[in-house]
Write a protein that binds this ligand. Structure first.
Ligand code: BT5
Length: 239
C-alpha cells in the first residue's frame, strides 16, 4: 500500500507539506519525509524540536474523520513495535508520547483535512533517531532521549523509516477490525493502572487510568468510583 515517498530537505513541517500535496491531488499512502523541520508541530500549538538526524514523516491516509484517533493509536503502536524489533523496550504515554525508560523518544500528530473529494488523515510521526541528546534544548532534553543515545551508536534512518512504514501499514485496521490495535495499544500504554492528573479543555481531572478505547478516549476512574472518558488532554503527572 505504501506508495510514493516524497523526500525533502528542510521543511516547515512535513504535515504542512503533506496538506499541500493533498490539495494538488495525491495517491493514498503517499509519505513525506524530511531531513529537518523548522516549524515542527506537536499538539495544541506546541512545538516539535526537529534537528537534522531525526526521522520526520507524514503518511497521507484516506480516512473518515471519526477514525482519526485510530490512525493515531496505530502510529503509536507501530513506533513501539519497530523499536522493540531493535531490542528497545518502548511504551506509550497517553495519548501519543513514545517513551524509552520514561523519556520521550517519539511523538505522533494526526490532523484531519477535507480534500477535493474525500477526507484525509495526515499521520505525522517524529522520532529522535540519529542525533545526540545534546542536540535538544536543555528543558526538553531532561525528559527526552534519542535512539543514538540509547543504542550508543549511529542509527540508519532509512532502515528505520522502512520498518516503521511496514509496521504502520500492517497494523492499520480496516473498518471493523480495530480490536487488535486497541488491544496492543492497551498492552504497551504505560499510563494505565496509574493515578494520573490530566489537563483537559474542561480543567484538571484526577483519577486512575483504566483503559483506552477505539475512539482514543482514556477512561479514568475517579475517587468516588465514577468512570470518566477523556477525548483529549495532557498528563501532568503519573503516580
Ligand atoms: C507530539 O506533540 O509529541 C507530536 C509530535 C509530532 C511530530 C511530527 S514530526 C513529523 C510531523 N510534522 C510535524 O510538524 N509534526 C509531526 P505533543 O504531545 O504536543 O508534545 C509536544 C511536547 O514534546 C513539547 O511541548 C515539548 O515539551 C516536547 N518535545 C518537543 N520536541 C521534542 C523532541 N524532539 N523530543 C522529545 N520531546 C520533545
Amino acid at each position: 500500500m505504501i506508495g510514493n515517498i516524497v523526500r525533502r530537505g528542510v521543511v516547515d513541517s512535513t504535515n504542512e507539506v503533506a496538506k499541500g500535496l493533498v490539495a494538488e491531488a495525491v495517491a493514498p499512502w503517499t509519505v513525506v519525509v524530511a531531513e529537518k523541520q523548522v516549524e515542527g508541530r506537536g499538539r495544541s500549538g506546541r512545538a516539535w524540536v526537529s534537528p537534522r538526524g531525526g526521522l520526520y514523516l507524514s503518511v497521507i491516509v484516506q480516512e473518515d474523520l471519526q477514525r482519526l484517533p485510530m490512525a493515531s493509536l496505530t502510529a503509536g503502536v507501530a513506533v513501539v513495535d519497530t523499536l522493540s524489533d531493535q531490542a528497545l523496550e518502548a511504551t506509550i504515554k497517553w495519548p501519543n508520547d513514545v517513551l524509552i525508560g520514561g523519556a520521550k523518544v517519539a511523538g505522533v500528530l494526526v490532523e484531519g483535512i477535507v480534500g477535493p473529494q474525500t477526507y484525509w488523515a495526515i499521520v505525522g510521526i517524529g522520532v529522535n533517531s540519529d542525533f545526540p541528546l545534546e542536540a535538544l534544548p536543555r528543558q526538553i532534553r531532561d525528559n527526552a532521549t534519542t535512539l543514538r543515545h540509547e543504542l550508543g551508536g549511529r542509527v540508519d534512518n532509512e532502515l528505520l523509516l522502512h520498518s516503521l512504514l511496514d509496521s504502520f501499514q500492517s497494523s492499520y485496521p480496516a473498518p471493523g477490525e480495530e480490536r487488535s490495535v486497541v488491544a496492543r495499544y492497551n498492552e504497551v500504554c504505560s499510563t494505565l493502572g496509574k493515578e494520573v492528573r490530566v489537563e483537559t479543555n474542561r480543567g484538571i481531572i484526577n483519577g486512575k487510568a483504566v483503559e483506552v478505547g477505539a475512539s482514543g478516549f482514556i477512561v479514568l476512574e475517579t475517587k468516588n468510583g465514577q468512570k470518566v472518558e477523556l477525548a483529549e488532554g495532557s498528563i501532568l503527572s503519573e503516580g
